[in-house]
Design a protein around this ligand. Structure first.
Ligand SMILES: Cc1cc2nc3c(=O)[nH]c(=O)nc-3n(C[C@H](O)[C@H](O)[C@H](O)COP(=O)(O)OP(=O)(O)OC[C@H]3O[C@@H](n4cnc5c(N)ncnc54)[C@H](O)[C@@H]3O)c2cc1C
Length: 437
């Protein structure tokens, strides 16, 4: 299986463009022999390479990314580091072990990120004060009751909020109810991954703009790049939904394209009218609802589209069309800020599986993979990447056990059935979304 250049598109519409320019690492242009190669420098690959470096202090870990660090999903997400997952539908006692397992993985990732940010002084607008889950319309309000029962049954710290309390905190009367989950963090995703990449241990060699075009198993395993060959004993695929380009999990993971917008920075007066929190994040209790943030640097950000576009980013024209939807949702929530323009729009592609599972483990002789996460990969990717390093190096831990217990992924049909199934899945995602969009 051979990928080509065209298979790794990128653009200048991510969260990275809100940051000062960064010196990228040059591409790999000479042949190389390494004990370990990690393909993909998103949160999974960065965590995996960091952990491998600690496990093999005398060995070299090669970390290769097709794009610049921060241009994959890990640098383009909405910046919610989730500790407590929301499982839609009523609380089910027989799922209790599964809820606890997933939340242990989330928490492990959150703690790892927190420690790395502190240790390396990574400046990424990290704020570990949890975040809000909101309901504007009937369906989500009903789901709010389900979520409350789950949080109570699992003894997870939270605060219930009515519409007035939501408005007092967030400065919008749009929500009729909400829940603040105390654990979890908000962050600037591109700043986080850049900070993680720029603080890797000395025995990790990172090469950016270095797509791996082919992977041949054998002893050693060979990776073909444009101008270089890599021979390695073990490979970690941290490529998420792009694993199929190298011949793995082709019918198990897809890319779903999401988009959002940011306002310019609000003025002091505009912020003062917004409510008592000087920054916040809100996840909708409806799976098709808008994700909204007031960022630490004073921008409102809103993401509310999701679609199947064969894992492509949106073109400038498509993004402008989606911004009409972002704008309508923004104006419904912040009518007093109608004069505030969007300064910027972004799209990103997240890895999804049919049954919302994650992938972890060995794929082939010497080839390991972790990914999936269905829109919740900031903490989970960090935990999976770390655990995968331990697993591939022959270790054992309770975190490995939790990751290995992920349900097997369901088969995804080829086109044209895929197009029909994707259209139905998107329609189901937005069913009854109402005012939560
Ligand atoms: C718009 C959006 C909002 C989201 N919001 C949230 C959120 O708020 N919270 C949350 O937890 N999750 C969120 N997610 C999901 C989260 O971003 C992802 O689950 C997570 O970033 C996945 O990390 P990863 O390292 O596995 O994959 P990626 O970040 O996709 O990294 C994979 C890397 O592999 C590289 N690669 C692929 N193939 C090759 C190859 N052949 N050779 C070399 N390099 C290769 C790619 O360039 C890429 O950098 C969101 C996603 C999107 C798109």
């Amino acid at each position: 299986m051979t990928a080509s250049d065209i298979d790794f598109p990128t653009d200048r519409h991510g969260w990275a463009e809100l940051l000062p320019a960064r010196q990228t690492r040059p591409p790999l242009e000479t042949d190389h022999r390494a004990a370990w190669a990690v393909i993909g420098a998103g949160l999974t690959g960065l965590a995996c390479a960091r952990r491998l470096a600690a496990l093999c202090p005398d060995g070299e870990i090669l970390l290769l990314d097709a794009r610049e660090v921060g241009q994959g999903a890990s640098g383009r997400n909405s910046g919610f580091a989730v500790a407590v997952s929301h499982f839609p539908g009523g609380y089910s006692a027989k799922e209790r072990h599964n809820y606890a397992r997933v939340n242990r993985i989330n928490k492990a990732g959150l703690n790892l990120l927190n420690d790395q940010i502190l240790e390396h002084g990574i400046s990424c607008q990290w704020s570990a004060a949890g975040f809000h889950h909101g309901a504007a319309d009937h369906w989500a309000a009903n789901e709010c009751g389900h979520f409350k029962r789950y949080l109570e049954a699992m003894e997870i710290a939270h605060t219930l909020l009515d519409g007035e309390a939501m408005a007092a905190r967030l400065g919008t009367h749009h929500y009729r109810a909400g829940i603040h989950v105390h654990d979890g963090a908000l962050l600037q995703p591109a700043a986080l991954v850049r900070g993680l990449a720029d603080s890797l241990p000395a025995n990790v060699r990172l090469f950016e703009r270095s797509p791996v075009l082919a992977l041949e198993t054998g002893r050693p395993i060979r990776l073909r790049l444009h101008n270089a060959m890599v021979a390695t004993d073990k490979v970690v695929l941290a490529t998420n939904y792009e694993a199929g380009k190298l011949g793995y999990l082709r019918r198990r993971i897809l890319g779903s394209t999401l988009s959002g917008s940011f306002t310019r920075r609000l003025s002091g007066d505009e912020r003062a009218d917004l409510g008592e929190l000087d920054q916040w994040g809100l996840l909708s209790l409806h799976g098709g609802g808008a994700t909204v943030r007031l960022t630490m640097d004073g921008r409102l950000s809103l993401r509310n589209t999701a679609e199947y576009r064969a894992a492509a980013l949106l073109t400038g024209r498509q993004l402008a069309q989606r911004q009409v939807r972002h704008r309508a949702a923004f104006q419904a929530r912040f009518p007093a800020l109608q004069h505030v323009p969007f300064e910027y729009g972004w799209s990103g592609v997240e890895g999804i599986s049919r049954n919302e599972t994650n992938y972890f483990g060995r794929q082939d002789n010497g080839v390991y993979f972790a990914g999936g996460y269905n829109g919740s990969g900031v903490t989970r990717g960090t935990a999976f990447g770390t655990a995968l390093a331990d697993y591939a190096a022959g270790g054992q831990s309770s975190l490995i056990g939790d990751c290995l217990a992920s349900a097997p992924g369901q088969w995804i049909p080829p086109r044209p059935f895929l197009d029909i199934a994707a259209a139905l899945a998107i329609r189901a995602r937005f069913k009854d979304v109402g005012r939560d969009r």
